[in-house]
Design a protein around this ligand. Structure first.
Ligand SMILES: CC(C)(COP(=O)(O)OP(=O)(O)OC[C@H]1O[C@@H](n2cnc3c(N)ncnc32)[C@H](O)[C@@H]1OP(=O)(O)O)[C@@H](O)C(=O)NCCC(=O)NCCS
Length: 154
């Protein structure tokens, strides 16, 4: 389900600069390669079916950036708008603080209304816009950069 939900986001062209669809096998390798500071979480419905996932990702491998995480959130197309993204982001923020991260950052398309609303609701601030940062389907796309300093647990 993680692969198919990710592929929906890729196909929508509203979520990511990624354009290459994934297979369950590729996602299994992706999962296996992750360390304890880069968890993947899932949201499940009452029958245990995965309806969304989120991950804390390395922002930059240089040690000075160890306190910053990038993150991903993807919700099944049929399940969007029901609070699942909200719940996943809350859980990611708690995990990130517990893992000692100081800040979360993200990049979102200006036309990703659901994503931008979700991040603003959680207190993320706009840092700026990378203009014409990527090229998808023969068109330049801008990317909004956002950040949130996490509460210190110490
Ligand atoms: C972005 C995404 C993760 C949001 O998750 P979700 O479960 O659909 O969102 P929620 O139901 O938790 O809603 C969160 C907020 O966004 C708002 N929202 C949801 N869909 C919206 C839409 N299409 N347009 C505007 N606002 C929207 C909700 O109303 C809610 O705000 P509110 O509490 O003030 O009403 C989900 O839509 C998704 O997976 N999209 C495709 C992948 C993607 O874009 N990932 C993010 C990449 S940056």
């Amino acid at each position: 389900m993680i692969a198919s939900i990710y592929n929906q986001g890729i196909e929508d062209r509203s979520a990511t600069l990624e354009t290459q669809l994934r297979t369950p096998e590729e996602r299994a390798e992706w999962l296996a390669a992750r360390g304890p500071r880069h968890p993947v979480i899932v949201a499940v419905d009452t029958e245990g079916t995965v309806v969304g996932w989120g991950s804390l990702n390395s922002f930059n491998p240089r040690p000075a950036y160890d306190y910053v995480a990038d993150f991903s959130i993807y919700v099944d197309r049929q399940q969007r708008g029901r609070g699942i993204g909200d719940a996943l982001l809350s859980a990611l923020e708690i995990q990130a603080a517990a893992l000692g991260y100081h800040k979360l950052v993200l990049a979102a398309f200006p036309h990703n209304k659901a994503g931008l609303r979700l991040y603003e609701k959680h207190g993320f601030q706009r840092v700026g816009v990378y203009h014409e940062q990527g090229r998808i389907d023969d068109r330049w796309v801008d990317v909004i950069i956002m950040e949130k300093i996490l509460p210190s647990l110490t």
